[in-house]
Design a protein around this ligand. Structure first.
Ligand code: GDP
Ligand code: MN
Length: 348
């Protein structure tokens, strides 16, 4: 499927509109979606919106990753929708399984306890493999080797507004390495020892902590405790070389050896977020205020009506989560001394 797409310029496809000139996006960038065959129809909705709002003008590639094999229907349907070249990859079993240092009985006991305590995904093995893979391995997949930037897309998301600009170019030109659209505190029960493990790492590897880090976003007491604030990783536009850096690779390895992906239920979102906040200079982390976005159950709907009208947004600002009490975005604006968008006070 990918080979076929490569020889037919996307803009000459009937679906893409025969009159638009072929101007392929110029960054070494790709979309990436982790999915199963059963995710096809909810992923299709995401793809259509990303294409209509953004990628129809840029034709970036799309990498699909799976711990199993994608079937022909999955490949056919997604290749028809994506205006760039599609690639389908299988995850190596070592990256989607229990490492040999994990005590499987201990891990099973934890899942049982979490099931009784009704912790979301607490009893799931596959969810843990997913979180560990998104934390430590997706950026090492051979299909991503030639890329420098990625945009993560999950099934069932919505993109609410037009995105006229090439966000990958924008990231590069503005020297950003990580970006997000939603931020909130993680469930404490899923990350009981994540912060202690991180503190031990910082002590052992102080050279990796950027002097201009964003510790004040993730900790309210100078690093003693974690406040849980994290960037929601179901949307990420970020630099792959950040995850491939010594600092992050060492950090992931340290966390992986500690076992919390299995003995607790560490999510890739807090892991990515803590790493970005500690290893990057704070001005390299960006909040995309104007990218209207939804992943169940939270909406990011631009507060400024001028923006919503100019970008043809279809979201209801009354549903916006950004400025509400539980959101961590207000803290992000505060610690970085940023000016809030016009109208934010109407949607708190
Ligand atoms: P949530 O957003 O935290 O509720 O988790 P999701 O169910 O959306 O999973 C996160 C991402 O991983 C999505 O892109 C899913 O399609 C993908 N995913 C989750 N579990 C699996 C799995 O077992 N296999 C594969 N291949 N993908 C998975
Ligand atoms: Mn999801």
């Amino acid at each position: 499927a990918a080979a076929g797409a490569a020889v037919v310029p996307a803009a000459l496809n009937a679906q893409s509109g025969a009159t638009s000139p072929v101007t392929k996006g110029k960054e070494k960038a790709t979309f990436v979606s982790l999915a199963r065959n059963v995710d096809l129809w909810s992923l299709v909705e995401s793809i259509r919106q990303v294409e209509d709002r953004f990628n129809k003008n840029f034709h970036y590639d799309w990498v699909f990753l799976n711990d199993g094999d994608f079937d022909d229907e999955f490949k056919r349907v997604t290749t028809a929708l994506v205006s760039g070249t599609t690639h389908y990859g299988k995850i190596e079993p070592e990256q989607w399984g229990f490492p040999d240092w994990i005590d499987k009985e201990k891990a099973a006991k934890v899942r049982e306890e979490m099931r009784e305590n009704k912790i979301i995904y607490g009893d799931s093995i596959s969810y843990r493999h997913m979180c560990r893979y998104e934390s430590g391995f997706f950026f090492r997949h051979p299909l991503l080797a030639d890329f420098e930037w990625y945009w993560r897309v999950e099934p069932g998301i919505r993109i609410y507004c037009d995105i006229e600009q090439d966000l990958f170019t924008w990231m590069r030109e503005n020297n950003k390495k990580y970006s997000f659209t939603v931020s909130l505190p993680e469930y404490k029960e899923t990350i009981m020892t994540l912060w202690d493990t991180t503190k031990a790492f910082m002590k052992e590897y102080p050279q990796y902590i950027d002097e201009n880090n964003m510790m004040d976003f993730i900790s309210d007491d100078g690093g003693e405790t974690y406040n849980g604030c994290h960037f929601w990783s179901n949307f990420e536009i970020a630099s792959l070389s950040f995850w491939r850096s010594d600092a992050y690779l060492k950090y992931f390895e340290y966390l992986d050896k500690a076992g919390g992906f299995f003995y607790e239920r560490w999510g890739d979102a807090p892991v990515h977020s803590i790493a970005a906040a500690l290893f990057l200079p704070r001005d390299q982390i960006h909040f995309f205020e104007d990218v209207g976005y939804y992943h169940v159950p939270f909406h990011n709907c631009p507060a400024d009506e001028k923006v919503r009208l100019a970008k043809n947004c279809v979201c209801n600002p009354n549903e916006d989560f950004t400025w509400r009490g539980y959101s961590c975005v207000p803290k992000y604006y505060k610690v970085n001394d940023l000016k809030r968008p016009n109208g934010w006070e109407n949607y708190t």
